[in-house]
Design a binder for this molecule. Sequence first.
Ligand SMILES: NC(=O)c1ccc[n+]([C@@H]2O[C@H](COP(=O)([O-])OP(=O)(O)OC[C@H]3O[C@@H](n4cnc5c(N)ncnc54)[C@H](OP(=O)(O)O)[C@@H]3O)[C@@H](O)[C@H]2O)c1
Length: 431
Amino acid sequence: MSGAPYIRVGFLGFGTVGSGAYRMLEDNREAIARKVGAEIEVVRIGVRDEAKKRCASPSLLTTDLGSVVDHREIDVIVEAMGGLDPAGELIERALRRGKHVVTANKELIARRGAELVGLAARQGLDLHYEAAVGGGIPLIQPIKHQLAGNDILRMAGILNGTTNLILSRMTDEGEPLETVLAEAQGKGYAEADPSSDVDGHDVQFKLAILSSVAFGKAVRPEQIYREGIRGIEQADIAYAKTLGYVIKLLGIVEAVEGGSILGRVHPTLLPKAHPLAAVGGVYNALCLRGDFVGDVTFMGRGAGGEATGSAVVGDLIDVCRNMRIGGSGDAAPFSGEANARPIEELTSAYYVRVVVPDRPLVLGAIATIFGRRNVSLSAMEMRVIDTKLNHGEIAFLTHRCLEADLRQAVEELRHAPEVLRVCNWIRVETL
Ligand SMILES: NC(=O)c1ccc[n+]([C@@H]2O[C@H](COP(=O)([O-])OP(=O)(O)OC[C@H]3O[C@@H](n4cnc5c(N)ncnc54)[C@H](OP(=O)(O)O)[C@@H]3O)[C@@H](O)[C@H]2O)c1
């Protein structure tokens, strides 16, 4: 588009996401210029190691990241470096210097989103972070715009591709978690330190961001209950299968009475007919329920340079269009802090697996313990696991009950003479 005005962009970070976004800007340059009504020109790229081979001209690279945010001609900063600092300081500095910001940084937005979005709003600038949740799947913008008229009642999602891949492999190949995790690390799907994925921190950050946008109040990661997948054994997957379920790591948040929310990240038994049950491998998906729109499901590639780059470029185009019409300040600040309820107040169905001596009256004693705590049973599977010792294993499903009651029942089972071991208990999603 010759003669079109230029919008100048500076990148902070040029790894998987940064270079993915850059390649999209290069490959689709003409179409993007047509849609924006201006040429988007990347004029500076901040990296750690200038000597690395990149898909951009070496003349654009610098290790002086401050010089990118201070650059007089740069209108928009794309932050794709990750981590809290220096990324946080640099974004703050860019906003104070009057530059719009697009970021993919989930940890930073989950921890400092309210403050940075507030700063952007006061400055009349855009701060977009679509890429921080769900990779290439549009989630933040649809919730912020098209679905904004709804009261969001509930969101449940598969928001981490690595753990979804691990659980899919465990289900399909019957391998234990350690074997599948080591293989995923070998192939580069899982980090050398897998804690962020496997222990659920990554989903906790993403759910905090989604909840803040959906409920319009800042939700801190610590306000969301978190459990990872390390405790999932092959036996749980096998019982789940027999009972008609698959196990997935879900992030779930719901609006509860009095304007509060209850957010949680944990492995979940999902009925095979649930829309999220078929989401396998590295894919992500989110089911959202609004009071007027009803149920909406989003699905797509939750990570990777191209998918995440697509979300970054989408945000960048939005910022550039706003600039072209002289409007901005679409930062949509949150109004105060959300009130989050503790997990003990959750009402859910549960799966409980125990090892017992195979003798009369055991089943009755266990049912009595559940019953005393208002927990009623809906299904059961049992098998002999040691014929010499005469040990059996039972997997129970409960009807919906209060988590505080379920926890007390489990505690009592742990000390009951009729129970040798409580192996696991997992929340169950109903249709
Ligand atoms: N990867 C994904 O699929 C994905 C999906 C959604 C969101 N995200 C988020 O996107 C962000 C970037 O992730 P990524 O996977 O693209 O990371 P990455 O491949 O490790 O790239 C990070 C980039 O930032 C640069 N960098 C990091 N720290 C720096 C510092 N202190 N000074 C100068 N440069 C620095 C690195 O420079 P060098 O190249 O010189 O090392 C590299 O270019 C993260 O916040 C991540 O959570 C990633």
